[in-house]
Design a protein around this ligand. Structure first.
Ligand SMILES: [Zn+2]
Ligand SMILES: [Zn+2]
Length: 162
């Protein structure tokens, strides 16, 4: 097989999602949780789009949460921003990182204190995520993803014209 968009280029690897061959121009490295994987143009575009879609879903969820619980517009907007920030913050701190599995295993040793410990650490992670996400990281990530999507579209259009 050859690269879908650049058949004449040398293949440098396979997409870890769909298995398609890609060339140097179409090689995208993404971080999912704490894992680095390489994706082809098509898969990295849908990866970037899905992250943005999920952040929007979290924002809407936050707004609905604020509107139902506090029933005030300014608080609903604040909740929307908070949930949006938590989503990006969690992406940064690696929600699916192995340390959480270690922690769950650890409850076997901590016994009665396992559950409160998890709740406290969960709370700490949520708070840290909210700070990181709301204080800039969310915006940085969104801008980066939008740039990536634009770059991919540019590359795909270029390849179509040839
Ligand atoms: Zn792919
Ligand atoms: Zn290519």
């Amino acid at each position: 097989m050859t690269c879908k968009y650049h058949p004449s280029n040398k293949v440098v690897g396979q997409c870890s999602k769909c298995g398609a061959d890609y060339c140097e121009l179409c090689d995208f490295e993404v971080i999912s949780g704490k894992e680095h994987t390489h994706l082809c143009l098509d898969c990295s575009r849908s990866f970037a789009v899905s992250k943005i879609v999920w952040s929007v879903i979290c924002t809407i969820g936050g707004f609905i949460f604020g509107a139902t619980v506090v029933k005030e517009l300014s608080w609903s907007l604040a909740c929307a921003y908070l949930f949006w920030g938590i989503y990006w913050g969690l992406a940064w701190s690696g929600w699916s990182s192995p340390s959480w599995q270690n922690l769950v295993d650890g409850t076997k040793y901590y016994g009665v204190w396992g559950l409160p410990l998890i709740v406290i650490l969960l709370f700490v992670q949520l708070t840290v995520s909210a700070y990181i996400g709301c204080l800039g990281f969310g915006i940085v990530q969104t801008v980066r993803l939008v740039k990536t999507i634009k770059l991919i579209d540019l590359e795909r259009n270029k390849a179509k014209d040839v």
